[in-house]
Design a protein around this ligand. Structure first.
Ligand code: GLC
Ligand code: CA
Length: 519
């Protein structure tokens, strides 16, 4: 695949991730819903985001917040109906916005009809839909398993929690002594893939614009180099090119050289694996800290490696956070939140803003786990809209809310931040509008790092597209820093803070500063 096949709207896409249960409740049951999202589309658009990633919203027992699907074709009733979801797609499109659903192709809930059928002793259509060994006494190596709850004699592999049985896409190199390890091209795995295409077909026909794909890199088993999984996704891309060429795909994979080869348009930098993403915001001494003791160099080295390996086949996307990691504001404080967004919104790839991060919503400490959230629960609390009851999230009694809200008296709200031009919200809005008026800053503009030294500040890089070249200078440290740069600063197009000075090739950068310059 090449970039010309990417849906054009990805060139300047800025995503907003919505965790549906926590965004806006319109019927007073304490849980967010589709109509709530529809009602807030104008808010998202006003901020400057033009695309949405919606976390799983399908029927589910919610043992993993919906990443345990029990019916792929039915919207979870607590969020509304398929019709409500369709209306949401339509309303988004009217505003020039796009919506990606969250596809969970690797596993289902134990309550899915496919799994219940596959647990039966008699052979049936679903017998090979999941990865089963052929004896209860044999566990699938290297994977957890479910055993002892089926009439069928066997253990079923699981992917994540022990109630998420692994769908069967086959083994890259099946062990010939283990008959239950099927090859990718045997009947069972092929039927699983076709069933997943049907799911995609269903929602794309209803109006969704593509998918964020959960654990996309782990479908084929015993596939260390990802070759089998890449081939599988190329097959899916072939199907999409024939039937839904405009469908956009982003993977939770974290290895862009593989995922983009598999036909994904975008891959995430993840908070686990080798990306060094956590060095920026989530570690003992993050780079984005006024203490100025962080180290951005390993992140940049890995980023450049990925950028070169992926040969501009697609986009590497850096999220502000997501439903699986600590809120950005837990590790990054004060002005540094603004500086962090100056970085996030001036990097290549499509930026992803996690709901509430635009107002610096806090990680809610000491919560009991909700729906398999565990430590992630504190990042999933209900959105804080205004100064009415439950911060305008819901009319339900506070104790009925999906997750307890941040109850500190100074909790940030949308209402307060919109009316304050010095708020994080207002800064992000300015940054988005600068990005949207310069193609060098957008998804496909190229990047060259000019200064990203070990244990040193600032960070400086050049973004370019056509004749436009923009120098970005980021200094989270509360001390003046400097670097050498051969480019001549022509015009400032954005800054947080003032006072960059140039002496020959030496640029001196004030404390806690971010600036973009045409060069
Ligand atoms: C992904 C999701 C996470 C979920 C897991 C299992 O990492 O982002 O929330 O628990 O997959 O589906
Ligand atoms: Ca509701």
């Amino acid at each position: 695949m090449n970039t010309s096949k990417q849906p054009a709207w990805l060139d300047n896409a800025i995503f907003y991730e919505i965790y549906p249960q926590s965004f806006k409740d319109t019927n007073g049951d304490g849980i967010g819903d589709f109509n709530g999202i529809t009602e807030k589309l104008d808010y998202i658009k006003e901020l400057g985001c033009n695309a949405i990633w919606l976390n799983p919203c399908f029927d589910s027992p919610f043992g993993d917040a919906g990443y345990d699907v029990s019916d792929y074709l039915l919207a979870a009733p607590r969020y509304g109906t398929n019709e409500d979801l369709k209306r949401l797609f339509g309303e988004a499109h009217k505003r020039g916005m796009h919506i990606l659903l969250d596809l969970v192709p690797g596993h289902t809930s134990v309550e899915h009809k496919w799994f219940r059928e596959s647990m039966k002793a008699e052979k049936n259509e679903y017998t090979d839909r999941y990865v089963w060994t052929d004896s209860i006494w044999e566990e699938p190596q290297g994977m957890g398993c479910i055993r002892g709850i089926s009439d069928r004699d066997g253990s079923c592999a699981v992917n994540f929690f022990s109630h998420q049985p692994a769908l069967n896409y086959g083994f890259y190199k099946p062990d010939p002594d283990k008959k239950w390890q099927q090859s990718m091209d045997s009947e069972g795995p092929k039927a699983t893939l076709e069933a997943m295409k049907d799911v995609m077909r269903f929602w794309l026909s209803l109006g969704c614009d593509g998918f964020r794909v959960d654990m996309a890199g782990s479908l084929v088993k015993h596939d260390e180099d990802g070759k089998g999984t890449i081939a599988l996704w190329q097959n899916v891309r072939g199907f999409l090119d024939r039937e839904f060429p405009e469908a956009a795909m982003v993977s939770e994979w974290g290895e862009p050289d593989k995922s983009l080869r598999g036909g994904f348009h975008m891959d995430f930098l993840l908070h686990f694996g080798p990306s060094h993403y956590n060095d920026l915001f989530r570690c003992a001494e993050p780079f984005f800290s006024s203490r100025g003791k962080g180290d951005v160099s390993k992140f940049v080295k890995k980023y450049v490696e990925n950028y070169e390996k992926s040969e501009k086949k697609g986009l590497i996307c850096i999220p502000s956070g997501n439903h699986d990691m600590d809120r950005l504001s837990r590790g990054v404080r004060g002005d540094n939140l603004k500086i962090a967004f100056a970085f996030l919104l001036s990097m290549p790839g499509a930026p992803f803003i996690y709901y509430g991060d635009e107002i610096g919503m806090r990680y809610v400490e000491n919560l009991t786990s909700v729906e398999g959230g565990y430590g992630r629960t504190g990042s999933r609390s209900p959105m804080q809209w205004d100064d009415t009851a439950n911060a305008g999230f819901s009319a339900a009694p506070a104790e009925k809310l999906y997750i307890k809200q941040d109850d500190s008296p100074d909790r940030p709200t949308v209402k307060a931040q919109i009316s304050d031009e010095n708020s994080l919200y207002s800064e992000i809005k300015r940054l988005i509008s600068v990005r949207q008026s310069h193609s060098a800053l957008q998804s496909k503009g190229e990047i060259e790092f000019l200064y990203a030294e070990k244990n040193a500040y600032p960070l400086a890089y050049l973004r370019s597209a056509g004749d436009e070249k923009i120098l970005v200078i980021i200094n989270p440290a509360a001390r003046e820093t400097n670097f050498d740069c051969k480019y001549l600063l022509k015009e400032k197009i954005y800054s947080f803070g003032e006072g960059v000075s140039v002496n020959g090739e030496r640029i001196t950068v004030p404390p806690c500063y971010a600036g973009f310059f045409l060069v």
